[in-house]
Design a protein around this ligand. Structure first.
Ligand code: SF4
Length: 301
């Protein structure tokens, strides 16, 4: 079986020459390609005309699975993150990859599903954390941009976290057309349900339906990072925030200096840095990778 790994992972595994000035403590693997879904912002979407080897703005070269497994065993990675593209037969492929990995390195799986049996099966196989991305933070846009039912997707994430506390993450994309109020409202619901919330900045990718849509302003992204961080640590609640009539956050959420660095760093599973997932080298850095990987542990939410 062939498997795609992120270009940065391939570099660390000694399979690709690449100039990269960022530390990476997680190996990123991609299972499946050509998704059955058609998310307007995704390079793997059914109708996207993007390069087949792309996800977000990252290139994912393909290698033999056995070769990747052998090199991961000899690596110092702290985590393996499997990004699942829902192509035909994707779930069997994920199971096959997990079985082939045979490792003590914690595995995270990021997957779009509404099937609780799949979640149970993955945890039953020893997967450490599961990411169930909501991506689109408002029912106003969910059906149009992601397809499917916002409320069903949200409830599924919350229910999964109920069954597997502190083991479930979700992603929210900033800049799809949602307001600050919409995004922070859903973030609070997830935090209350002990779902770890990671923010992504919308990244226009060539060949997707949203290729001409702008990335969010950094100032807005920082404001939302500060607010989500403060909500996750319990120092503010959504209900105490003020918004303009247009839904823009009007409360200044300030954090002590020591916490600011953490608030603007890549949030996610321990050991995850996701370098340049949203950002071009030399361009705006939305999520700053910490050298040692994410510091936001499950117990922090
Ligand atoms: S479900 Fe995930 S992989 Fe599939 S089109 Fe949507 S974002 Fe892309």
């Amino acid at each position: 079986m062939k498997i795609r790994v992120s270009a940065g992972t391939a570099r660390i595994l000694g399979l690709k020459k690449l100039k990269m000035d960022a530390s990476m403590t997680s190996a990123y693997l991609m299972v499946g390609e050509h998704c059955v879904f058609n998310c307007a912002y995704c390079a793997q979407a059914r109708k996207a005309k993007s390069r087949q080897d792309m996800l977000s703005r990252i290139v994912w070269p393909q290698y033999d699975l056995n070769e990747i497994v052998a090199r991961i065993h000899d690596s110092t990675f702290l985590r393996i993150c499997i990004q699942v593209v829902n192509s035909l037969g994707y779930f069997e492929s994920v199971l096959h990859v997990i079985q082939a990995l045979q490792t003590r390195i914690p595995i995270s799986v990021s997957i779009r599903t509404l099937d609780s049996r799949q979640v149970k099966t993955l945890f039953g196989m020893g997967v450490d954390r599961i990411g169930l991305p909501l991506d689109v933070a408002t029912p106003r846009l969910y059906h149009e941009l992601r397809g499917g039912d916002f409320h069903a997707a949200k409830s599924f994430i919350i229910e999964s976290a109920h069954h597997f506390p502190n083991k479930v993450s979700t992603h929210l994309i900033v800049g799809l057309g949602e307001t600050d109020e919409e995004l922070l409202s859903i973030a609070q619901e997830f935090i209350d349900a002990r779902v770890l919330v990671s923010l992504f900045a919308f990244t226009p990718v060539r060949g997707t339906q949203m290729e001409s849509h702008p990335a969010p302003p950094l100032a807005r992204y920082r404001k939302l990072q500060f607010a989500v961080h403060a909500m996750a640590e319990g120092s503010i609640r959504f209900q105490n925030l003020e918004f303009t009539p247009e839904g823009e956050l009007a409360t200044v959420v300030d954090l002590p200096l020591a916490k600011r660095r953490r608030a603007v760093s890549t949030a996610g599973c321990p050991g995850c840095t996701r370098p340049f997932y949203n950002e071009r080298p030399g361009g705006v850095i939305y999520n700053i990778p910490l050298k040692e990987g994410c510091e936001v542990e499950a117990s922090d939410v």
